[in-house]
Design a protein around this ligand. Structure first.
Ligand code: KQY
Length: 340
């Protein structure tokens, strides 16, 4: 994980977000080791707020979305660990990106791989980890809205992008969904819309309200998933999970964020892209976002049914959502290398 601090994205100097991140770190640390990268300025504060068994390392970044700027770890068939270091342009660079500069984020993957002594593949593709999900058996799901947006890889065709995904992730089948969650500032990351529960089984965020702009997006995704075959030639089993009621930024929340030119503004009344699909799968656990919403309990029940062998732990995630993402976006899993 990375530690949040920038006051132009996190309200009240990020104090509330820091508590939420610390809760996520503590929840994951019940299941597996956790490392958090923190700026020099915040190191002592983070060390104080994080549990002692969470490792805190000094690591510069522009914000706190390690899913997107961190490495995508891969293992070879002998269990050797390497990391893919994608290009990063803060979700769209100067054409709709979320802040400037992003120079320190762009180094995060490389620095983590140095720390972990894992070899690095530098991929010639701008891509955030939250824009892809894989099943580990040759299938990848993504969205057209994000990967085909010219603000990521303007010179590349769909076929060329698929070529790089195949080459760097060793996938054979790419399932394209259309749009991501309504108003998702990442430009349609799949990790807020749909994820694998296990190979052959996916979970899709949903709404029963035909007047909600998410309705048509989720229906379209369902139609595409229902006809798709995965890399093993299987039809997917598709489950849905009802989204929370629309979450809008309040006056008080917007007023707590420093307005700085070049960073996406936080305006009262804007809808946030709240989704229960944005969870983290740990060894033996699932860490899921809660929104203090009537749909929280049914969502936890669905996750418990779908992950019978893992303990599902809900963590209040409103403060993370206010920054523009959720638990999956602020975490990055690292497989254990065979030689370790
Ligand atoms: O959700 C994510 N994967 C990242 C969101 C970035 C938000 C920056 N304000």
């Amino acid at each position: 994980m990375l530690w949040p601090e920038r006051p132009d994205n996190w309200r009240l100097g990020a104090v509330l977000a820091q508590r939420a991140f610390a809760q996520v770190a503590a929840a994951i640390a019940r299941f597996e080791p956790v490392m958090v990268g923190v700026s020099a300025r915040q190191w002592l504060n983070a060390r104080r707020l994080l549990p002692p068994h969470v490792r805190v390392v000094e690591l510069s970044s522009n914000d706190a979305w390690v899913r997107d700027c961190g490495p995508t770890f891969v293992v070879d068939d002998r269990g050797g660990l390497r990391g893919v270091d994608w290009g990063f342009n803060a979700w769209g660079g100067l054409q709709g990106g979320l802040y400037f500069p992003w120079d320190q984020d762009a180094l995060v993957a490389r620095k983590i791989l140095e720390i972990e002594r894992a070899d690095r593949y530098a991929a010639p593709l701008v891509l955030e980890g939250g824009s892809i999900h894989v099943d580990g058996q040759g299938t990848l799901i993504t969205t057209e809205e994000c990967l085909l947006n010219p603000n990521r890889n303007p010179g590349l065709s769909r076929a060329e992008i698929e070529g790089y995904l195949r080459e760097y992730l060793n996938v054979e089948k790419i399932i394209w969904l259309g749009q991501g969650v309504y108003n998702d500032e990442t430009g349609g990351h799949v990790d807020n819309l749909c994820c694998f529960v296990q190979p052959g089984v996916v979970l899709l965020t949903w709404t029963d309200d035909p007047d909600d702009p998410q309705y048509a997006i989720s229906r379209d995704a369902l139609e595409r998933l229902s006809v798709a075959l995965d890399a093993q030639g299987r039809r997917l089993e598709v489950h849905t999970i009802h989204q929370p009621n629309p979450v809008l930024i309040t006056e008080e929340e917007a007023a707590g964020v420093d307005a700085i030119e070049g960073t996406l503004p936080r305006r009262a009344g804007d809808r946030l892209a709240a989704s229960y699909v944005n969870f983290y799968i740990a060894n033996g656990g699932v860490i899921a976002p809660l929104f203090d919403d009537p749909h929280d309990e049914p969502a936890l029940a669905t996750l418990r049914e779908l992950f019978p062998d893992r303990e599902v732990v809900g963590v209040p995630a409103h403060e993370i959502l206010l920054g523009g993402g959720n638990i999956h976006c602020i975490t990055q899993q690292q497989p254990l290398a065979a030689s370790v």
